[in-house]
Design a protein around this ligand. Structure first.
Ligand SMILES: Cc1ncc(COP(=O)(O)O)c(C=O)c1O
Length: 373
């Protein structure tokens, strides 16, 4: 069986280093808000290229807290609209609506699955105050035109980097100076859910930003609204990255670039060797702008392909079967139509990919698909 993602095999390669980190925390007697979290936050901010990183409990909280912090700082207000890709994972939407802001879905490009910045203008109203840019499937969704649009209309550009740890934007004028996703807007939310490219052994997340006021506010809100012990400035929540997860993440951060490089090399096998008239490959770049968290293909006969691959011993996953606007949670959108998203949700199938896979496994999957009748 070729699993969709073999986390155990991924961790086996770093077993001793991970065990050392786990035992160090175990022996320290300090499990929340200690030196492991501080050390990881410093390392991750440096890696992403921002001045600050605040560890939080998960990726949804990271995004939720960014919006909440902007509201506490008086930069966003209830009812403000946030443009967001219509084909994203539901968490992007929840982070917005949880703060009584209004998510406004905007369609992606079918070729790349990323937000189509050419459609932003039509979605703009007087209430639009931000864009939540999702680097979906691990591909950088940022570009100069999108940035120019946000500047022109005074919109905050917030990144959902849950799926794209380590991805880069390569500026056209200086491609030798890549900028990491998570540093491209005014703030970014990161998820360290175990299956993510940088995953911990449970839930974890972070906010990165170079705005000191935002970083302080997120840190305060995530710690019961307290900036000093037993002093509560805001009505906050408890959303903290714990010491064990931080120690694990710090070890794994050291391998992230190599693992992403490996993912790109593996993805190239699919790009080169999957040839089938009914299977559409993603229009992806294989340079550092893509870290292949997911390798998505489109096919009108998805159920048949998934069944066939399962019979061949290949596990696949659908990201995602139902678009946010068709979810019961967002019944206010039930009559809305986002045909590109609907097609993606109808036809998308994610092929196995992960740094522990072998080239032979990739070739086998590619061979199976190419020979699918
Ligand atoms: C695009 C996107 N945003 C946000 C999240 C939320 O992250 P978490 O599961 O850590 O809360 C996810 C999780 O899968 C995601 O895929």
């Amino acid at each position: 069986m070729i699993p969709f993602l073999d986390v155990q095999r991924m961790h086996a390669a770093h077993r001793e280093a991970l065990k050392t980190a786990l035992m160090r925390v175990f022996d320290s007697g300090r499990y929340v808000l200690g030196s492991e979290v501080t050390a990881f936050e410093t390392a991750y901010a440096r890696y992403i290229g921002t001045d600050y990183c605040v560890g939080v409990a998960n990726g949804l909280d990271a995004l939720r807290l960014i919006f909440r912090a902007y509201m506490e700082l008086g930069e966003l207000a209830e009812g403000d609209e946030v443009l967001v890709p219509s084909n994203t994972y539901i968490a992007s939407m929840l982070a917005i609506s949880d703060n009584r802001l209004v998510p406004v879905p905007v369609e992606p490009r079918l070729s790349t699955f990323q937000l189509d910045e050419g459609l932003l203008e039509a979605a703009l109203t007087k209430k639009t105050k931000a864009v939540l840019l999702v680097h979906l499937y691990g591909q950088c969704a940022y570009n100069e035109a999108l940035d120019a649009f946000c500047i022109k209309h005074h919109l905050k550009l917030i990144e959902d980097n849950a799926q794209a740890a380590g991805a880069c934007y390569l500026p056209a004028e200086s491609p030798g100076l890549p900028r990491r996703t998570g540093s491209l807007g005014c703030a970014a939310g990161h998820s360290f859910y175990p299956s993510k490219n940088l995953g911990c052994l449970g839930d974890g997340g972070a906010v990165t930003t170079s705005d000191p006021a935002l970083a302080d506010m997120v840190r305060t809100l995530a710690n019961y609204g307290s900036s000093r012990k037993y002093i509560f400035d805001r009505k906050g929540i408890n959303s903290r990255l714990d010491e064990l997860q931080a120690a694990i993440l710090h070890v794994k951060l050291g391998y992230l670039d190599a693992e992403n490089e490996r993912r790109r090399a593996l993805a190239q096998v699919y790009l080169d060797e999957v040839v089938h008239p009914e299977v559409r490959l993603p229009g992806v770049a294989t340079n550092p702008s893509n870290v292949f968290h997911v390798f998505p293909v489109l096919t009108p006969r998805r159920a048949a392909l998934q069944q066939y691959l399962a019979e061949k011993g290949v596990e696949t996953v659908i990201h995602y079967p139902i678009p946010p606007h068709h979810q019961e949670a967002y019944k206010e959108w039930k009559d809305a139509s986002y045909p590109i998203s609907e097609r993606i949700h109808r036809e998308e199938l994610s092929l196995p990919i992960g740094p522990a896979m072998t080239m032979e496994e990739m070739r086998y999957v590619a061979h199976c698909i190419t020979n699918w009748k």
